[in-house]
Design a protein around this ligand. Structure first.
Ligand code: SAM
Length: 340
C-alpha cells in the first residue's frame, strides 16, 4: 500500500463564520476557461471524457459507481455537517470529486483508494489540497481489520490537530464501495469509532443499519450499529444518481455515535462475536442457540444457565433473536458471559 505525497502540512484550521463562509478559505479551483470549470464538475459527460482520455475502464467488482447528481453530492456534504476542526475519513476517493469538497470543510481528510489508476486521477485533482492524505490501497487488511496504513494516516492527522491545539470530531463521509461498506462500518465501530458517519450505501444495507427489532431487515448489523449509534436515512437515491447505474437503489444514511451506550458494552470484541454467532441462526429459537453457545444440550449446566437468563430477562420460551432490541442484547451478552 502506498501513502501519497499529498499530505496535510498542519496549516492553521479555518474558522467558520456566520453564514457558513470560511475566512482564509482557499479559492475554489476555478479554471479560467468556463468550459473547463464546467468539466471539473463530476457529471457523466465529465467522467466519460476523463476516462476516455486516460484509457480507464470501470471495474464493477470494486463498486465503481460515481455520484453524478451534483445536488446529491451537495446533500451528502451538507448532511455530514463537517466543522473546521474535524478529521474526515473517506473510503473510495474515485476521481476526488467528494474529497475536494471535504478538504474545503475539514481540518484534514484521509482518503483511501484501492485502484491505482483512480488514485492517480485523484492526486491530480487534489494537487492544491494540502490537507488531504491519499492512501493508495485496500482500506481493509483482511476481512475484519482496518489497513494499518489507514490507521497510521489517521493517527498522524490526530497528532497534527493536537499540535495545532485544536480538538474536533472524527467523521466518516463517503460514497462507500458496496463491496466493503459493511466491514468498513463494522470495523470502525470496533476499533476506531467515528463520532458520526454520513455515507451512501445500498438501500438494503441502510435499512439494515437502522432497522428495529421485529422488522424483516433486522439482523446482526442492526444490533451492532444500533447498540452504539442512532441512525437515520437522509435520502433514498435512485440508480440514476450514479454512473454507471447500479442495479439497486442506494441511500444516504447518517449514524451518530452515542458514547454512553458504547461505553456500556464492556467487551466490544466479545459482544460483536456474540451477536454474529446468534444471528447465524436468526430463525431458530434463541433458547436453543444460547444453549449451544453455552456448551450444548448434553451439558445440564448449559441448560440451567440459559434457564436462569430467561428468568432474569423475562423472555418467553418462543423468543427469537430478531425480536430483541440492541440494548437488551448488550445486557444479555454481559449476563451470558458472567454465567460462563
Ligand atoms: N468517491 C467517488 C464518488 O463519490 O463518486 C467514488 C465512489 S465509488 C462508489 C467507490 C470507490 O471506492 C471506487 O473508486 C473504488 O475503486 C474504491 N474502492 C473499492 N474498494 C475499495 C477498497 N477496498 N479500499 C479502498 N477503495 C476502494
Amino acid at each position: 500500500m502506498k501513502r501519497s505525497g499529498k499530505r496535510a502540512r498542519g496549516r492553521a484550521p479555518r474558522q467558520r463564520q456566520a453564514g457558513g463562509s470560511l475566512p482564509g478559505k482557499r479559492p475554489q479551483q476555478q479554471p479560467a476557461d468556463p468550459a473547463a470549470a464546467k468539466a471539473a464538475r463530476q457529471t457523466t459527460a465529465y467522467l466519460k471524457k476523463l476516462f476516455a482520455e486516460v484509457g480507464f475502464s470501470i471495474d464493477a467488482r470494486r463498486g465503481q459507481n460515481f455520484l453524478v447528481d451534483l445536488n446529491l453530492l451537495d446533500l451528502l456534504e451538507r448532511s455530514a455537517e463537517i466543522e473546521p476542526d474535524d478529521i474526515v475519513l473517506e473510503v473510495g476517493s474515485g476521481t476526488a470529486a467528494l474529497t475536494e469538497r471535504l478538504s474545503r470543510a475539514a481540518f484534514r481528510v484521509v482518503t483511501v483508494e484501492i485502484d491505482p489508476r483512480l488514485a492517480t486521477l485523484a492526486r491530480d485533482r487534489l494537487i492544491d489540497c494540502d490537507n488531504v492524505e491519499l492512501v493508495e490501497g485496500d482500506v481493509l487488511a483482511g476481512k475484519h481489520r482496518l489497513a494499518p496504513e489507514v490507521s497510521t494516516a489517521l493517527d498522524a492527522a490526530m497528532t497534527a490537530r493536537r499540535e495545532a491545539r485544536r480538538s474536533g470530531r472524527f467523521l466518516l463521509a463517503a460514497n462507500l464501495p458496496y463491496c466493503v461498506a459493511t466491514p468498513v462500518i463494522s470495523n470502525l465501530l470496533l476499533v476506531r469509532p467515528f463520532d458520526a458517519a454520513t455515507v451512501t450505501v445500498q438501500r438494503e444495507m441502510a435499512e439494515r443499519m437502522i432497522a428495529s427489532p421485529g422488522s424483516g431487515s433486522y439482523n446482526a448489523l442492526s444490533v451492532w450499529v444500533g447498540a452504539q449509534c442512532r441512525g437515520e436515512i437522509i435520502r433514498v437515491l435512485p440508480p440514476s444518481a450514479f454512473w454507471p447505474r447500479p442495479k439497486v437503489d442506494s441511500a444516504i444514511v447518517r449514524l451518530v455515535l452515542e458514547p454512553k451506550r458504547r461505553q456500556a458494552i464492556t467487551d466490544l470484541t466479545r459482544f460483536h462475536r456474540f451477536v454474529r454467532d446468534i444471528f447465524c441462526h436468526r430463525r431458530k429459537l434463541l433458547r436453543g442457540v444460547l444453549i449451544r453457545l453455552a456448551g450444548g444440550k448434553q451439558q445440564p449446566s448449559a441448560v440451567d444457565r440459559v434457564e436462569k437468563l430467561y428468568q432474569k430477562f423475562g423472555f418467553d420460551r418462543s423468543i427469537r433473536a430478531e425480536e430483541i432490541a440492541p440494548d437488551t442484547f448488550v445486557a444479555l451478552q454481559q449476563e451470558f458471559a458472567a454465567e460462563l
